[in-house]
Design a protein around this ligand. Structure first.
Ligand SMILES: Nc1ncnc2c1ncn2[C@@H]1O[C@H](COP(=O)(O)OP(=O)(O)OP(=O)(O)O)[C@@H](O)[C@H]1O
Ligand SMILES: [Mg+2]
Length: 363
């Protein structure tokens, strides 16, 4: 039966695509992608406190991945929200939920013998959306052109069909037969398949992008989920949609895989650069803070400045890093030395690690 974008695509074939072979350009890109992934992974392994810097990178990916869905928050709003979630705006909260979803997914995968299962995908989308959404069980979901409302793609329907296709996908993902498909090509396959199944009413794009990161951890290509594809997808968003579409309509795997590999090559290099820059700012801060604070230098304070660049006195008190008086003295001294910049918002004064903020804004 011919493909019809207006009716549910229940004929979506399972993976792997029949008769697919890697073209020479894909093979060349694969070699480069592995080299850059290896470099990034080595750097992450050599970090003195990986969790700290990685959390910042993951937050950036969360911000960009959410921005694809037009959930837009500024860096300032986001980091203020990270310090004090109760006063955060909706978009910033959703970005924080995305980061939480990534970690929830990672924990769940590790707890289930490193398998990436449907129930984990459901938990991821529920954490992103902060609700109890599940696999779609009513018809009517279609992807439409935002401008003219024209239907672009109608995903399969309904719950039993979706569960069947997810279960086949789950098997494909967790199949350990290494001779079958190259892992990075497999990631590109999986991402298309998940988006085409489109199991949820909303949040499919973001869940699919989290799955990519978890998959690379599962495959031991990254020890931490520092995949940062979304900055690339934002830049080439029209192409992202077009390629998904031309896969369904014309089986064009080659261009899709090239797109994903190019995104990987560019963003792994960018992430390596960012982590190195972060490290160097942190080392520089450590030296300066030791000068300014002398014997009262606190390693915990330094760590916190790089986890939550919008500091405030209460935060240091609440985390039992210092008493109010000490915290206040520290932040005043750091302000006088130009290490942090005070910023008054309402009645709260934040002390901003502005060098870190500048780095996050830059590309
Ligand atoms: N033609 C298509 N075929 C299959 N999947 C598509 C197609 N066009 C877009 N998509 C996928 O659908 C996602 C959007 O779905 P949905 O709104 O459920 O996810 P989201 O996470 O809320 O949004 P977004 O992905 O925009 O952040 C896109 O990100 C893309 O991955
Ligand atoms: Mg959406």
């Amino acid at each position: 039966m011919a493909y019809n974008k207006n009716s549910p695509f229940n004929e979506l074939p399972n993976l792997p695509p029949i008769g697919f072979t890697e073209s020479p350009e894909i093979l060349r890109h694969l070699a480069r992608a592995y080299r850059h992934l290896g470099e990034l992974n080595g750097l992450c392994a050599s970090l003195p406190d990986p969790q700290l810097l990685i959390n910042t990178i993951v937050l950036q990916e969360s911000k960009d991945s959410s921005a694809i869905e037009n959930i837009v928050t500024t860096q300032d709003e986001l980091y203020k929200a990270a310090t004090e979630e109760s006063t955060a705006n909706h978009a910033a909260k959703e970005v924080l939920s995305y980061r939480e979803a990534l970690y929830v997914g990672l924990e769940k995968m590790k707890a289930q013998q490193n398998l990436l299962l449907t129930n984990t995908m459901v938990e991821i989308v529920q954490t992103i959306k902060q609700n109890k959404s599940g696999i779609r069980n009513t018809p009517g979901t279609a992807l439409k052109n935002a401008i003219n409302g024209e239907v672009i793609f109608t995903p399969p329907c309904c719950e039993d069909v979706l569960r069947e296709k997810l279960s086949a996908l789950e098997q494909f993902i967790n199949d350990t037969d290494l001779s079958a498909v190259d892992p990075l090509v497999k990631m590109a396959f999986i991402h298309y398949q998940f988006e085409a199944i489109h199991p949820f009413a909303d949040g499919n794009g973001r869940t699919g992008r989290i799955i990519n990161a978890l998959y690379l951890v599962q495959q031991e290509l990254l020890s931490q989920p520092v995949l940062y594809l979304s900055s690339y997808i934002i830049r080439y968003k029209t192409e992202y949609y077009q390629l998904l579409r031309s896969l369904t309509e014309k089986d064009n795997w080659n261009d899709w895989i090239m797109y994903i590999l190019t995104a990987l090559i560019e963003t792994t290099q960018l992430t390596t650069k960012k982590i190195k820059a972060l490290l160097s700012i942190k080392e520089d801060y450590e030296i300066k803070m030791k000068e300014v604070l002398g014997s009262s230098f606190s390693h915990e304070l330094l760590q916190l400045m790089f986890t939550l660049p919008y500091l405030k006195i209460e935060l240091l008190v609440n985390r039992e890093i210092a008493h109010r008086q000490t915290a206040s003295t520290w932040l005043k001294k750091l302000t006088a030395a130009g290490i942090v910049k005070p910023q008054k918002i309402g009645r709260t004064t934040y002390y901003v690690n502005y060098k870190l903020m500048e780095l996050m804004i830059s590309n």
